[in-house]
Design a protein around this ligand. Sequence first.
Ligand code: PMP
Length: 395
Amino acid sequence: MALKFAKRMDNMKASEIRELLALTAKPEIISFAGGLPAPELFPVKEWKEAVNKVLDERGQQALQYGPTEGYEPLRKHIVQRMNKVGVKDAKPDDFLILSGSQQGLDFMAKAFIDPGDQIIVESPTYLGALNAFKAYEPSFLEVELDDNGMKMDQLEDRLKNNDRVKFIYVISDFQNPSGKTWTMDRREKLIELANKYDVAILEDNPYGELRFEGEIQPSLKSLDTEGRVVFMGTFSKVFSPGIRLGWFCAAPEILDKFNKIKQGADLQTSTISQMELAQWLDDNDLEAHIQKIIDVYGKRKNVMVDAMKEYFPEGVTFTNPEGGLFLWVELPDYMNARDLAVKAIDKKVAYVPGGAFFADNIRENCFRCNYSCMDEEKIVEGVKRLAEVIKAEMK
Ligand code: PMP
């Protein structure tokens, strides 16, 4: 048998790091490789109450089809989420509810990309976005990050005399994988360049509300002067990823395209899941819940950074994020974090090698560490083990 799969499948290779990560699931391994929210913070009891209420009071509606754009009471709640990131005038009609924001990555590329079109991405960027985009056969143009966001001269170079770029993909707050956050200047400059060169922006913002210190930065959407920013939010990190609920906030012209795509993909996001979340939000205080998450993750991040400061050798640098779930370690140039990962697993500690987060110009001397999902003692022990592995490779 020789089944004739589509050419696009050639671009969708299984990641070789998956095998490596499979090893990290063993209980004796301290794994900084995951990206999971802390499960002990999920409000299971209150969720059960919301579920019972929905089923008791509106069970038949909950088990029925619903509108493509999403359950209106939930869209009303999302107005507050957008408010938090500086979008003060959003209305329920500006949203499309998604089955997780990962679905939005697929929809964005589906709406904008023909084979050979270009997407500008941060370098490094979210691995799951690269994989979702690749199905539509784009090429990627990378722009390096410094501590303030994308390097704007590089970005303008990529945009100048180039009509193949369809959109710029940005995770402006506590980026996955680097933990970096764009400054206000860079945000404004990005909007200016997108206007000048007439391209769309996809703002992927799962972590913005999980800020440990300082003020939440205004989202790119709040600075959007021409309706070219597509904002993508999710309840995965501020509530739970298992309910699979995210959203787009975009101009009507773009939302109309996404609605058509949504109908082809899955008609609508689960009615019952949306109704349960809307009920939970009616009866509980999400702000207080987010504060609990911030307190726990903020402490864990500090513990990880302090341990790295104490145990990592000179020549190894790491980011110190003001929020989110991840930090990024840079080793000396001559080291390869992929090779090192195998040695780390021998010492029963794991991370994600950085190479997977680059679209093209792959750098192998870096890796991502997650701190949200592990108690503080284990974080210190894991960093100590990592430090030993790194020290053995230092020249
Ligand atoms: N974007 C980024 C940057 C992410 O880190 C993630 C999840 N790890 C997603 C999108 C997808 O999240 P979800 O589908 O759970 O909303």
